[in-house]
Design a protein around this ligand. Structure first.
Ligand SMILES: [Zn+2]
Length: 366
């Protein structure tokens, strides 16, 4: 019995041989139900679409347009996610011209039925250009790794699935990359997003065989399905969050108590701690402060290194970071805490996400 399997290993497939397109529903797609996902087909209209007068702009060697392949993949992804029960908002459904800030604004301004503002996720779908032999999958996050942890949770799952499904050179580079490698200020569409956001460069339309494949809707489906699988895996890893921080004025200082939520199913194991205590990091204006973690209660307690004096108002940024046991990071991660001159007055605490503006990188773009 084993001999036959061993003999099969004598004739191993080439990595680049494509299996047939199969699109079974992933059992974990149930974790996508109810999420609002903005799918953004890159370019279009006067930017690389049919209305663009530049004949070679964002086109492959035989003239296949990136804008069009982005849209095909996005429409297939929309269908896969909608079938899973997610609510998908498309930034374009035709060959339309849409600005980069406008695309992000669709995600930032989405209003949920409960009044919460901001989509759960923004995904911009692109294909890459480069030297004629390059072909690999990459997924991009904004800025520094510490600015974009929840974005990278999504990016790494999608990037792995894309590389495997599209049979590109997965070992070429790290599959997830900072947009500041391209521009000092990163990609505008990601920089403008105030919700978790990633940008896919799924494969290279400048690689002649890949350009031909990208004309094929079934190859587009192979790609859309890989993104769907990545999203199933991401959602399956849980989406950790926390209760709104409770602040208490004590001895002219501020104590903060926060109940953490591992974001994992309320099933077998839910009574155990599923938060990695080594990943808990609390900061005040960017500087670490020590936090007491009580695993049984899933609570952290912090005394902020600041005083609330009579007649003095003040404010600062409280950062809260942790990962669940599947290594997904919490969202949101930052709050603005402010108080007025009246020390008995209320202390206000507002989530602010994310800090993407930052200081532009001083490194030259490469
Ligand atoms: Zn593009």
């Amino acid at each position: 019995l084993l001999d036959a399997a061993m003999r099969r290993l004598d004739q191993r497939d080439e990595w680049s041989s494509y299996p047939a397109v199969h699109v079974p529903r992933h059992p974990a797609e149930k974790h996508l139900r109810g999420l609002v996902i903005v799918v953004d087909p890159g370019h279009g209209g006067t930017d690389g679409g049919d209305a663009d007068p530049r004949p070679d702009y964002k086109t492959g060697p035989t003239g296949v347009k990136e804008a069009h392949m982005n849209l095909r993949v996005s429409l297939l992804l929309e269908r896969l996610l909608t079938d899973a029960g997610a609510l998908v908002v498309m930034t374009r459904r035709g060959d339309d011209t849409i600005g980069l800030a406008e695309r992000a604004a669709i995600a930032n301004g989405y209003v949920h039925p409960d009044g919460r503002v901001g989509a759960d996720l923004f995904i911009s779908v692109h294909h890459n250009a480069g030297p004629p032999t390059a072909n690999y999958s990459s997924v991009w996050y904004h800025g520094e790794v510490d600015w974009s942890e929840p974005d990278m949770d999504v990016a790494r799952e999608i990037a792995h699935q894309l590389g495997w499904a599209l049979r590109t050179d997965v070992a070429k580079t790290s599959p997830i990359l900072s947009d500041q490698l391209m521009y000092d200020s990163g990609f505008a569409v990601l920089r403008h997003c105030r919700v978790p956001a990633v940008l896919l460069e799924s494969s290279f339309y400048t690689f002649p065989p890949e350009e031909q494949r990208l004309k094929d809707a079934f190859h587009n489906l192979r790609e859309a399905y890989a993104v769907y699988l990545g999203l199933c895996q991401w959602a399956y890893n849980g989406r950790p969050t926390q209760q709104h921080p409770v602040v208490t004025l004590r001895d002219a200082g501020i104590e903060v108590e926060i109940e953490l939520n591992d974001g994992l199913p309320a099933w077998w194991g839910k009574d155990r701690n599923r938060i990695l205590s080594s990943t808990i990091r609390v900061t005040w204006d960017g500087k670490p402060v020590s936090a007491d973690f009580t695993p049984a209660a899933k609570r952290i307690r912090v005394r902020l290194p600041t005083t609330v004096g009579r007649g003095e108002s003040g404010a600062g940024i409280l950062g809260v970071h942790f990962c669940n046991m599947l290594k997904n990071s919490n969202w949101p991660q930052r709050y603005r805490v402010s108080w007025s001159a009246d020390p008995s007055g209320p202390i206000s605490v507002h989530p602010i996400e994310p800090i993407r503006a930052g200081t532009p990188s001083t490194r030259p773009a490469t």
